[in-house]
Design a protein around this ligand. Structure first.
Ligand code: PLP
Length: 280
């Protein structure tokens, strides 16, 4: 398959990066994953806006003319123009002699490729999650390629047979290692407020808008560990996660929460989400 790297389309095997690329040496870069449903982009501008925000936050200047066109081209070239897929975009600060401080006048390294992804059937999936302390840094609003904590945390979850590791900081539940989390109680929907403690999930924002459309009250407040067992519904959101019903929550092998079936609010949101993404 082909990737777009530094202005060229190349077979993936021929796309190489310098050992002095700051992405390779420091994890100095950001990324984005943007979905296509049956070949149609979904919330593309929102993903590009978040990418611009992250670039600005890490003081990395990157301008790509016709980026949207290139993203469509990535989907086309991968033969996915009619399929469910996603495009991965990554910008690193580029190749420079190794110094901690940001070097000046360096050409960023830009990588992009499309990949097939299973987006059908999310409404029927059932999954369990585990909880653990949020060991990430204090700028989780930046979609950094430095994902050591996230990969450690998710591996721990997978090893124990769970889909995701959901994190807490100061006793408050923040988000998953690669997903946002929502809670339902007394017909109201709760999720952690935006800020440096979470990634501003594009799906999270979209689900909040859906709630407003459906006249479901949303409260952007964190849920504490103590409040967890009183919740009536829990779901995860994300670009490829979409909206997934959580059946159990474990902490240190102890089950704190259980709900075998998705409730009315989760189902309504899933149905509305499906309509918006599929147009039917
Ligand atoms: N939180 C984290 C830490 C993530 O890595 C992701 C996505 O990968 C999300 C939340 C969900 O964000 P989005 O809905 O923009 O995919």
């Amino acid at each position: 398959s082909e990737v777009y790297m530094n202005g060229k389309w190349l077979p993936a095997a021929e796309a190489t990066v310098s050992v002095f690329d700051r992405g390779f040496m420091f994890g100095d870069g950001i990324y984005e994953v943007t979905p296509f449903y049956g070949g149609k982009p979904f919330l593309l501008q929102e993903h590009l806006d978040r990418m611009s925000y992250c670039l600005k936050e890490i003081d990395l200047e990157f301008e790509k003319k016709d980026l949207k066109k290139l993203i469509f081209e990535a989907v086309d070239r991968a033969g996915l123009a009619q399929n469910d897929c996603a495009v991965y975009l990554q910008v690193t600060r580029g190749k420079a002699p190794r110094t901690h401080h940001f070097p000046q006048q360096v050409e960023p390294t830009f990588l992009m490729y499309a990949f097939a992804v299973q987006l059908e059937g999310f409404e029927d999936r059932k999954l369990t999650i585990k909880l653990s302390p949020d060991i990430r840094w204090q700028r989780c609003d930046i979609k950094s390629i430095s994902l050591m904590a996230n990969t450690m945390l998710n591996s721990e979850a997978i090893q124990k047979g769970h889909f995701e590791n959901v994190l807490f900081r100061n006793n408050r539940i923040t988000e998953g290692s690669h997903s946002s989390i929502f809670f339902i109680k007394d017909q109201k929907v709760y999720t952690h407020p935006e800020g440096p403690e979470i990634l501003s999930g594009i799906t999270r924002r979209f689900v909040i808008e859906l709630c407003t459309e459906l006249e479901i009250e949303v409260i952007e407040e964190a849920v504490s560990l103590e409040e967890l067992s009183a919740m009536e519904g829990i779901f995860l959101t994300g670009t490829t996660t979409q909206i997934l019903h959580v059946t159990s929550v474990f902490q240190n092998d102890r089950e704190l929460y259980n709900s075998s079936e998705a409730g009315a609010i989760t189902k309504k949101l899933q149905e509305a989400f499906r309509k918006k993404t599929r147009g039917l």
